[in-house]
Design a protein around this ligand. Structure first.
Ligand code: C5P
Length: 321
């Protein structure tokens, strides 16, 4: 009997930052209504995936340091179930995105699995099905199916393309502080907008009409706000000090991402970002650039070229067909 062939690929899982993050009211399902703009950046993990058809599903993740309740396994089980396939899949995760930093590392890993397994299995799963599965895994996971710059509404899983800033250079500072996202949301309670007038935020709405393609992210200063900063800075003043240090090092915009603890700053060019990064310990700072939707898509295409079914991969919406 022929041995079933192994299909392998090395796929990217980039980090995100939130260029702005407004938290509105708490909803009846206990999630919070968000208005946010996500942006993929060049910092990322790599996942080596080995896929082998099998009679029973066996999944293995090898990662150092080990991650409890690895979302990669949940994503793999969910997408194999959707394809009605059984397989042995080995994931080797090269982790570079710090955990608990508000950079969406786990969510990005999950989306990478959702995109990679159908291509390796030679099956087509429509993007709306992947989006539905992604939203069950975490509020940020759907964003990583598309990348680039996107407006996130609802829990963050309702996404619309947003005008992309020109490729911008920044420094990301990742202190060794783990901020619990559910706890950060609970601490926000007193500061939330009242439900009846919070559906539209006028400043947010008017900015989104004003921004044009290719404006560097540095000129988004007025727009870059994060509602978590107040409560997280109160608990961890050292994060606020990092933000101030980025600004005094020449950043035109500096902001905490997600519920923290990472803080990013944008600089006029890469040499300025490299110079500013020297002010921070090597282990806690990284120079990055923003990654646009088209580049995100081509990174995926390059990783799975040998396996992709045709040039409509990664899958487009049925509305694009
Ligand atoms: O969806 P995800 O699993 O990433 O969310 C983690 C936690 O963050 C949720 O259990 C919830 O406490 C909080 N959350 C929220 N509102 C959101 C997203 C997350 O309250 N829009």
């Amino acid at each position: 009997m022929p041995v079933p062939s192994v299909r392998a690929a090395r796929v990217p899982a980039l980090a995100k930052i939130n260029l702005t993050l407004k938290v509105l009211h708490k909803r009846p399902d206990n999630y919070h209504e968000l208005r946010t703009v996500f942006q993929t950046i060049s910092l990322g993990d790599w996942i080596d995936v080995e896929y082998r058809p099998a009679k029973t599903t066996r999944l293995h993740v090898d990662c150092n340091p080990e991650i409890p309740d690895n979302i990669i396994l949940r994503a793999a089980n969910a997408v194999l179930h959707e394809m009605r396939l059984k397989a042995e899949v080995h994931f080797h995760l090269r982790k570079r995105i710090p955990m608990g930093g508000g950079l969406g590392g786990g969510s990005s890993n999950a989306a990478a699995v959702l995109l990679a397994l159908p291509a390796l299995a030679g099956k087509r799963v429509p993007i709306d099905t992947l989006t539905r599965i992604a939203a069950t895994l975490g509020s940020d996971v759907p964003f990583f199916l598309c990348g680039g710059t996107a407006l996130g509404l609802s829990r963050g899983e309702e996404l619309y393309p947003f005008p992309e800033p020109g490729v911008s250079h920044g420094v990301l500072v990742t202190p060794r502080i783990h901020v619990s996202t559910p706890l950060a949301f609970r601490r926000l309670r007193r500061h939330l907008t009242i439900p009846h007038n919070s559906r539209i935020i006028n400043s947010f709405q008017s900015f989104s009409w004003e921004v044009g393609d290719n404006l560097p992210a540095a000129s988004w200063r007025e727009f870059c706000q994060n509602d978590f900063e107040e409560v997280v800075f109160r608990q961890h003043p050292e994060i606020q000090r990092l933000k101030k240090k980025l600004i005094s090092s020449g950043a035109s915009v500096a902001l905490m991402t997600g519920s923290g603890s990472a803080v990013f700053g944008f600089f006029p060019n890469r040499p300025d970002a490299v110079a500013a990064a020297q002010v921070f310990p090597d282990t806690e700072s990284v120079v990055f650039r923003t990654v646009k939707r088209a580049r995100y898509r081509s990174l995926w295409w390059e990783s799975l070229e040998a396996h992709a079914l045709d040039h409509t991969w990664p899958p487009l919406s049925r509305y694009a067909e």
